[in-house]
Each structure stands twice: as C-alpha cells, then as structure tokens.
Write a protein that binds this ligand. Structure first.
Ligand code: SAH
Length: 215
C-alpha cells in the first residue's frame, strides 16, 4: 500500500507556504514543522493534509489553511509561559500548534462532536498542556482568565466583550470580524490597561461564523 510521506509534505509546506510567504517568527515556523496536521484532518482528506487550503472537518466546519494558522499565531507574539485561550477548537490543530509555543492552552468548541474529536486528537498526539471544553466561547473561559493571548478561530460580527475583559494588560487577541463571509477583517486587539484597547486591521480573511448561544 502506498503511504504518503507526511514528514516530507510538512517540510515542504513550511518552506513554500510559510517561510516563503512572509511568516518570520522562527518559533512559529518550528511549531508548524512539528505538529502532524494529518492527525487532525478526517481520514478521507489525509492526502491533502498539507495542501494550501482549508479542509472540511465534521459538522460543516473547516480547519484553516496552514498559512492562516501561522499568520494568526505569529500576530499573537506568544511567549513561553503564556496562558492562551482559543475560541473555536474545531479539529484541535491550531491548539496543538499553540501548545508548542505557550505554557498552557484552553480551547473551547461549541459543537459537542468536534469538542470530543479535538480532545481525542490532542490526546492521541500527546498534547498534555491543551484543555478542551464544550461550550459557547463568546463567554470565554473565566475560570482560567486572564490570558496573555486569545485566538478566535471563527468570524465574529462584533468582538465579544467577555473576551476583551479576559485579556491581561498587554495581552493580545486576534479575531476575524465581519458578519458576511465576503467581508471579514482580521483584527488584533491589545489590552492597554483596565479600560483601554488598541485595535489594528491585519488582513482580509474568510472564516466560518462565530455563533453565540446568547442571542
Ligand atoms: N481552529 C480550528 C478550526 C476552527 S473552525 C482547527 O484548527 O481545526 C471554527 C470553529 O469555531 C468551528 O468548529 C465552530 O464550531 C466553532 N465555533 C463557532 N462559534 C463558536 C463559539 N461561540 N464558541 C466556540 N466555538 C465556536
């Protein structure tokens, strides 16, 4: 039986899609070079695990394209001991990459089936510093707050206030904002102090919607 050489595919992805396309942070590049993306994609898509595109996972959701994952994580400037929150764990892939850079990762997923997949993928890969919870991530995960960094992996119509309040001073959140799939901007929010936040527009993006159970 022919087995694809995933390690070779991963090395090629890192050089052609990341290093050659503007990802500069060596720690992010190293993290992406270590995490076996094939562990996180459905069996029928394994051959495409390192393709330059998003891939379907269960429940009509998607695992983002590798460059987008690297770009968002680079924008968070994560330090070694950082405590990180991810909203929209999906397959668990981005959380696995985050865990290579941070101290501890808390990941929330609103679709139970996916939360279970993410948890078992992460366990199978030995990612012991990632904790997955099923729930509405627009409320954050207050028990472990405040966070040094928050990655929102689904598009919000407005930035959830609870997430801003769970950032440390100096902490950063990266979040796609926009109600329609055709007009989303990736925003970086930095908490300046108790009430002050700085906002920067980073890039135009396309994400599945962040769905709040509140409304
Ligand atoms: N980061 C994931 C891909 C995420 S796709 C990976 O690496 O595989 C976006 C995910 O956000 C979907 O799984 C979707 O169910 C989830 N999502 C949408 N709204 C949410 C919410 N309010 N709280 C938590 N997860 C949410």
């Amino acid at each position: 039986m022919h087995l694809p050489d995933f390690e070779e595919m991963r090395t090629r992805m890192v050089s052609s899609q990341l290093a050659n396309r503007g990802i500069r942070d060596q720690r992010v590049i190293d993290a992406m070079a270590k995490v076996p993306r094939e562990l996180f994609v459905p069996e029928s898509y394994r051959d495409l695990a390192y393709a330059d595109r998003p891939l379907p996972i269960a429940a009509e959701q998607t695992i983002s394209q590798p460059h987008v994952v690297a770009y968002m994580i680079e924008a968070l400037a994560i330090e070694k001991q950082a405590k990180v929150l991810e909203v929209g764990a999906g397959s668990g892939y981005a959380a696995a990459v985050l865990s290579k850079l941070a101290g501890e990762v808390f990941a929330i997923e609103r679709i139970d089936e996916l939360a279970q997949h993410a948890a078992s993928n992460l366990q199978a890969g030995g990612y012991m510093t990632v904790h997955v919870k099923h729930g509405d991530g627009t409320l954050g995960w207050p028990e472990h707050a405040p966070y040094d960094a928050i990655l929102v992996s689904a598009a919000a119509s407005t930035v959830p206030e609870a997430l801003k309040m769970q950032l440390k001073t100096g902490g950063k959140m990266v979040v796609p904002v926009g109600s329609r799939i055709s007009i989303q901007q990736l925003i970086r929010i930095t908490r300046l102090d108790e009430t002050g936040f700085a906002e920067e527009e980073l890039a135009a993006v396309r994400f599945v919607p962040l769905i709040s159970d509140e409304k």
